[in-house]
Structure formats: C-alpha cells, structure tokens
Design a protein around this ligand. Structure first.
Ligand code: FB9
Length: 495
C-alpha cells in the first residue's frame, strides 16, 4: 500500500462528502484492493471514516471476449478466410479455432453464402467489406465506456464473450473522529505513560486476538518413540505389564543358557554377539537354578534328552549386549516361579534396544528395538497364541495373518507371522512367536501345567512403514534429518 494513500483518502473526504472506493481507482490511479487496504489501516486508528458496504454490477470481457476484442470476431475471421474464388466448407472449417461459430454468424449476417451451382459447392463472399461490430463493441466495454443495448449484451453473454461481475466496495464519508492525518497508534502501554498520565492523550492499536502467536521452540518426539507409545498403549489395553528392561548388558546365562540355547549355538559366536570386555563376567546367579540349567543342557531332564555336551560356567558368565529382550522375559519368568505365594498367571511386555553383530544394510543396523509379549498361564495352547496375535495385530489395523512353522532354540512350536499389509498391498513378515520349551520353564521352577506363549517383532519396521522411510539411517543415527522428527505427524497405527 502506498504510504500516503491513507492521507489521500482523508484529504479527498475533506472536499467531497461521500465517495465510492471504486470511484477512487481512476482518481488515485491505484488498484481497488490497495485502496481497501488503506481504508482498513484508517479504521484501525478509530472512527475517522464511515464505510458503508455497497456493490455494483458491471460488464467484463471473458477470456474469449478479450481475444475477440484484440483479433476480431469469429465471423470476421471466417469472412476473411474466404478467397475470391470461394472455398469448400470443410476447408473453411479448418481456417480458425472457432470457424463453426464464425461460419453460422457470417451466414446470418449475410457476409457469405454457399454457391451450390458448382460442384463441389463453394462458400463465397456476398459483400465486398464488413464492419466487425462485435470487436468494436467489446473494445468499448474493455475501455469502460459502453452503453450496449440489452439484447446485444444478452447475445454476447450467451456467446460467453461478456460476463456480468459484482464488485463490492464502500461508500466513504467523514466519521465522528475524522481528521486530515492519522495519529500514530501506540503498540505498548508503558509504565511512563501510566505514571505521567500521557496514556490519556494517546491512541492504541487494537489488540488482534486472532493473531497467531510465534510457535514456541520446543522438543519433538522421534517417530520411534511415537510408535513405541502406541505399542505400549496396545499392550496396556490388553492387560500386559511392562518388564524392567533397563540393562543393556546381560550375562550369557540369562541371554542364552536360561533359554535352553546351547553354548555352541552359532548365535553365541562373536560374529553375532557383542561380548563385553569389562566387566567381562557375571558371578551372581541363583545357584540352585544354575545347576538345574547346567543339568538340562548337559544331561537332559523333564522328559528331554538335553544336548549332551559339557556345559561350562565360564561360558555362561560371559557378559554381552543382550541380543533379545527375551533375556528379560527369562528373568521375569524365573521371578514369577519363585515369588512368595508361588506362581500366578501373568502377562508381560517389553519394548527396548537389543544388539546384534549383524551385517549392516538399508534396513538393518547392529541394534534394533524389540517388541515382545509374554503370557504365562495354566494350560495355554498354540490356539491361545494365535488368538492373542490376531487381537494384537488387529489393534495395529492388520486383520489378515498367516503363520509359517519356524525354529527358535527356546520355543517349540515356533511360528513366523505374516500379514497382508493393506498400505503396501502385499504380504510381509511381521514377527516371530512360539511356546517356550519345558527345558526352559521347568528348571525355573514353574509348575508343569503352566505354559508360556510369546511373540516378538521390531519397532523400526512398523515405524519405517508408517512414516514412509526406506533407509534405516534416515530413521536413526547421525544422518537423521531433524526436520523429519520435527514435522513427523502423530502416530495412529490402526489407520
Ligand atoms: O518386526 C518385524 N516386521 C514387521 C513388524 C511390524 C510391521 O508393521 C506392523 C503391521 C503394522 C511390519 C514389519 N519383523 C521382525 C520381521 C522382519 O522385519 C525381519 O526382517 C526383522 N526382524 C527382526 C530380527 O531380525 C534379526 C523383526 C525383528 C524381530 C524378529 C523376531 C523377534 C523379534 C524381533 C522375536 C521373537 C520371539 C519369538 C518367540 C518368543 C519370544 C520372542
């Protein structure tokens, strides 16, 4: 807005009682929107001006009308395309984009005719020259001075050369606080103004309650944490309690031996597991339980033949970064079996980091967050596990599941879980599951009629799918774009 436009409006009202803002356009040589902006600025200073809304209808050229005003009517174009010797109608139709309309108008004007005395019939000129009134009339309208007859306006509107527009404007007149100049509006009420009483003579800018505040700088939750919250909510809704997973360092005993995973199993090799140099060993184990674990590995028991190898304490003492949260599940189940008052059914879950010395690729790092659910109760069956999985994944918006037999050292039977993901429109692996083996549960002291069903999945895979991230390094690690964290939408897993 031109800075003195407000004063020009005030000065204009000093010499004329009323004026329509639209009539100021040619006077000020300014766009109507700029004049309205200046009016709003004046109104913010008080009732200097009264502005009564009004509107007026006016004619305006359409896009096609502007084209005709510049280049002539369609009928004139067709007339000018007819050579002195005449032209076949089909040829004439190709002469201009609107030749069809132009031909019928030129015929009705008597500018051209079809000579059927020759073969083929030819379109010929009927008059030597024409006056293109349509072009002249539209030019007049474009210049703002037209008093076209009503029937002409109606015809041009029908031909979509003219359109009627309603323009809103304001009739301005002096307000009760009229003045030739604008007094500066104060934006801050200061202590000095109050103390001196100066505030009484000042004008203050109206407070804009609709103004948006500056977005406060604040923290943003990482997508993994948003998805973790959703998973946690699902488990809590299903009556599960969260396990204490605040120990990344674990002994081989709890991570492997307690799960009946033999000491020579390849997963226990340094190629797959991160062993800790310091402190390299754990020494505190429940001795009676440890002896039962040693026995079931080396000699068998509880109906199992065991693995028949020389189980070594030193191997079990080795400290490592836990390779799965099932190590925590083992600790919790041992506790459940030996709590005061004896075993009671329980449902546990965990969501936390696990570490594997794996080959890194676009979707795998040396660590991931494992999600695990565990249910311990009398007489649980594979059907209970399958039913629980259907309910768990239903809460993730997944209803089509398939199960594939699999192998885990600590569960039998075991199943890989697949789902048809509607968003990806394909079957994908979504986890692993099984029933913990008796060789794991009975040495803990759990009653023989108690079964424990469990399943696991990762947090990264659903997060990457949910947030459309293809490379794990765009989700976690030093190369993550913090804008992704800041702008990531809230997480609704079921949608
Ligand atoms: O998370 C996995 N896939 C997945 C999960 C959810 C999802 O989106 C939800 C539908 C909305 C999409 C995909 N997987 C398990 C399958 C694969 O991604 C797999 O390639 C990677 N697996 C990890 C381990 O790989 C070394 C995912 C991780 C995994 C695998 C098994 C368990 C836990 C995590 C387990 C277990 C278990 C079994 C029995 C008893 C107790 C625990």
């Amino acid at each position: 807005m031109h800075p003195d436009l407000t004063e020009r409006i005030l000065q204009h009202l000093n010499v004329s009682d009323k004026v329509d803002t639209l009539d100021l356009v040619p006077i000020f040589g300014e766009d109507h929107q700029k004049i309205i902006g200046a009016l709003k600025s004046i109104q913010a200073h008080g009732e200097l001006v009264l502005a009564e809304p009004t509107s007026r209808k006016s004619l305006e050229l359409t896009g096609e009308g502007i084209e005709v005003a510049a280049n002539g009517s369609h009928e004139a174009a067709v007339y000018n395309a007819v050579p002195s010797e005449g032209i076949a109608q089909a040829e004439l139709m190709k002469s201009s984009p609107n030749a069809k309309v132009g031909f019928s108008k030129a015929m009705s004007q008597g500018w051209i005719f079809v000579d059927k005395s020759v073969t083929p019939p030819l379109v010929k000129k009927k008059v030597d020259k024409i006056e293109d009134l349509v072009m002249q009339n539209l030019k007049a309208v474009a210049n703002g001075n037209s008093d076209l007859a009503a029937n002409v306006v109606s015809e041009y509107k029908k031909r979509k050369l003219l359109q009627e527009v309603t323009t809103k404007s304001f009739i301005l007149s002096k307000g009760p606080e009229y003045s030739l100049t604008l007094t500066k509006l104060e934006t801050d009420l200061t202590v000095e103004m109050l103390a001196s009483g100066l505030w009484k003579d000042l004008k203050f800018k109206a407070y804009n309650f609709d103004a948006l505040g500056a977005p406060p700088t604040r923290g943003h939750l990482h997508p993994l944490l948003k998805v973790r919250t959703e998973f946690r909510q699902i488990f809590l809704e299903m009556g599960f309690s969260e396990m204490p997973t605040n120990n990344y360092v674990e002994s081989s005993f709890w991570n492997f031996d307690a799960l009946f995973q033999p000491q020579q199993h390849p997963a226990r090799d340094a190629h797959d597991t991160f062993f800790i140099n310091y402190p390299s060993k754990s020494y505190k184990f429940p001795q009676d339980y440890l002896q039962r674990v040693k026995k079931v590995h080396s000699e068998g028991g509880y109906g199992s033949q065991g693995y028949g190898y020389d189980w070594k304490l030193e191997e079990a003492q080795k400290n490592l970064l836990r390779t799965h949260t099932t190590a925590v599940s083992a600790r919790m189940l041992y506790k459940l079996a030996n709590q005061p008052g004896g075993f009671k059914p329980a449902k546990y879950f965990s969501i936390d980091r696990v570490f594997r010395n794996e080959t890194l690729d676009a979707t795998h790092l040396a660590e991931f967050q494992q999600v695990e659910g565990v249910i311990a109760d009398v007489g649980l069956t594979l059907g209970d596990l399958i039913g629980t999985l259907y309910e768990f994944f239903r809460k993730l918006g997944i209803t089509k599941l398939e199960f594939k037999p699999a192998y885990n050292p600590y569960t039998e039977p075991s199943m890989e879980i697949f789902c048809f993901h509607p968003g990806l429109d394909k079957w994908i692996e979504v986890g692993n599951s099984g029933i913990f083996r008796p060789e794991m549960l009975l040495p803990m002291g759990l009653p023989p009629n108690v079964n424990v069903i469990a399943w696991g999945l990762s947090l990264e895979r659903p997060t990457m799918i949910k947030y459309g991230i293809n490379n794990i390094r765009d989700l976690v690690g030093p190369k993550v774009d913090l804008k992704m964290v800041e702008e990531g939408p809230i997480c609704r897993l079921e949608r």
